[in-house]
Design a binder for this molecule. Structure first.
Ligand SMILES: [Zn+2]
Length: 561
């Protein structure tokens, strides 16, 4: 206990010396911080927050721990695999730093369980997410709540920390982001519910490594190591006392069959089973049949050649493969790779410039995409996508986790958000403003909000008792009466049209038209989520209905100039 007090006192003494005031120590002690995401960057941030003396920290994370997390998400151990990240992180940190009081929610940050009031209890939000959609959401909700948000990101050797106070600094929505090729994809997305063809390509590359490569713990399929070719080969040797050694072709066919059956039939069948009793809302999977597999085993040798596949991969206009062709090419490539492995008896590395490797990944990703109803890519495009996938590095996460907590401390010591800097980490040193030297972490002046940004300029905050106010009152008294908007339409992000201005005398044809006259906002579940309001002159607004018991309807534009 004495040691613990000593540790804590040392921390506060350090902060006092660093910032030259006792006030900062008090602020740190009392500030509630929301950390969204406890993955690679989030684990670092949480540890730094606790060891900087923060007491009240709330975690929100939706994901479970997988083997591939363990090499860099140091709060988790192998016995934690399968458990919720938020819960394990909370327990570990409270043990390490007994002065901290961490609370945790296992949930999607976009859930309506987190109303605006929930966000308002925090002094700042640190966003350590791995996907664009959730970041946009947190950016938006922090703008509605007018809470500073510290956005973090890490990709390979690059990383950034961006302090944001929408309305006074550039926000996450200000500049459209380029296609996020390098976003870390959650493991469950790769394993059980791919949403895009890129997820299928990444899965296919991991599969290549499981079978032939250097199987690292960071591979989301690393628990399939029984399917490493070296194991399968030694397995067949030990079982083959009665077999002749010259049955190479049998061994090839048997191995192909085993691998195909496991990854394209058995695994998909168990996902299909899983979706029956979980939240996975998949339509029926298209799973190849055993007959299809048997046909392929017989036919492929005469049908394909490396030269032809090579010609094909150079043609950007080639059509995507049918599942029959993908099935055949997969078996063809698998046989080629098995031979190559047998000759070299060493691991094979995926190389997008090697025709067989590329065709293997194209075929596997096509079969996977087809199964999940996703449009596959041809081998020309797969090569482009495969070359851009960048690994997550623990050192980058550690640097970003350090910089963001230091930025937070600077903010709490009295620097307004707009006087902080964006921090960029790059592999190549960049010149520092006002210095003669170069650094790998360089400060970048925070810019003002972009003129066209809806989040920074056109937010409508509505407060009312959602259980009493009808949707029509919100439209008529709020948007038309108080804000003088007319004509306009209102919709949720899921595409539900709440209201459309009447066109001439035609009655509104939306299913909601009769409901909105009589039903309350709460009955239609429209409160505590962002809504789109589009007026007929083409100006977009975002609106948020904040529920407060017994409060009269008020509507305001947040950033009124
Ligand atoms: Zn903005």
């Amino acid at each position: 206990m004495d040691n613990e007090c000593q540790d804590k006192n040392n921390i506060y003494e350090g902060i006092q010396k660093c910032f030259g005031s006792l006030q900062v120590v008090e602020t740190v002690r009392q500030s509630k911080i929301l950390l969204v995401g406890v993955g690679g960057v989030g684990s670092e941030v949480l540890k730094n927050l606790a060891f900087s003396g923060f007491v009240n920290i709330h975690l929100v994370d939706l994901d479970t721990i997988s083997v591939s997390n363990l090499n860099r998400q140091f709060l988790f151990r192998s016995e934690d695999v399968g458990k919720w990240k938020a819960i394990v992180a909370k327990e570990r940190i409270e043990k390490l730093c007994p002065w901290s009081q961490v609370s945790a929610s296992v949930d999607n940050i976009r859930s309506r369980k987190f109303p605006l009031e929930f966000f308002k209890q925090f002094v700042a939000v640190i966003c350590a997410l791995d996907n664009h959609k959730a970041r946009l959401y947190v950016n938006e909700v922090c703008a509605f709540a007018q809470i500073p948000m510290f956005e973090t990101g890490s990709t390979g050797y690059q990383g950034q920390v961006i302090p944001i106070l929408a309305g006074s600094t550039e926000c996450y929505s200000c500049e459209p982001k380029p296609q996020q090729q390098n976003e870390q994809i959650p493991v469950c997305t790769i394993r059980h519910r791919p949403e895009t063809v890129e997820h299928c390509i990444v899965w296919a590359m991991y599969l290549f490594d499981v079978l032939f490569g250097n199987l690292e713990d960071s591979n989301p399929l690393s628990d399939e190591k029984d399917y490493k070719i070296s194991y399968l080969a030694s397995d067949s040797v030990s079982n083959s006392e009665t077999k002749k050694t010259d049955l190479d072709e049998d061994w090839e066919n048997m191995t192909c069959k085993r691998i195909f059956h496991k990854f394209f039939i058995e695994d998909l069948q168990s996902i299909q089973e899983l979706k029956k009793d979980t939240f996975l809302s998949l339509s029926t999977l298209k799973i190849p049949s055993k007959e299809q597999l048997n046909n392929c085993l017989l036919n492929v040798q005469q049908k394909y050649s490396i030269e032809e596949l090579k010609k094909e991969e150079q043609n950007p206009h080639q059509s995507v493969w049918t599942s029959e062709k993908a099935c055949e090419v997969f078996i063809f490539c698998l046989k080629q790779l098995l031979r190559k492995w047998k000759e070299s008896q060493s691991i094979l590395m995926f190389d997008e410039n090697d025709t067989i490797s590329l065709a293997f990944v194209t075929a596997a990703s096509t079969l996977r995409a087809e199964a999940f109803g996703i449009v596959p890519k041809n081998s020309f495009d797969v090569r482009g996508a495969a070359g851009r996938i960048i690994p997550a590095l623990s050192t980058t996460n550690a640097v970003i986790g350090g910089v963001v907590v230091f930025q937070l401390l600077r903010f709490l010591s009295g620097s307004p958000v707009k006087d902080l800097y964006n921090a960029r980490l790059s592999q190549v040193p960049r010149p520092r403003p006002r210095h003669q030297d170069e650094a790998i972490i360089s400060p970048e002046v925070i810019r003002s909000p972009v003129e066209e940004c809806i989040i920074c300029h056109r937010l409508i905050l509505v407060s009312c008792d959602a259980t009493k106010v009808t949707v029509m009152q919100f439209i008529e008294d709020g948007l038309k009466g108080q804000l003088k908007l007319d004509p306009f339409s209102v919709a949720t992000d899921s595409g539900f049209i709440i209201y459309e201005a009447e066109q001439d005398d035609q009655a509104i044809s939306t299913a909601s038209s009769s409901k909105i006259d009589t039903q309350t906002i709460a009955q239609l579940q429209l409160e505590e989520q962002p809504l789109s309001v589009l007026d007929d002159s083409g100006v977009n607004y975002r609106a948020w209905i904040k529920h407060q018991c017994d409060v009269a309807l008020t509507t305001e534009l947040i950033f009124r100039e």
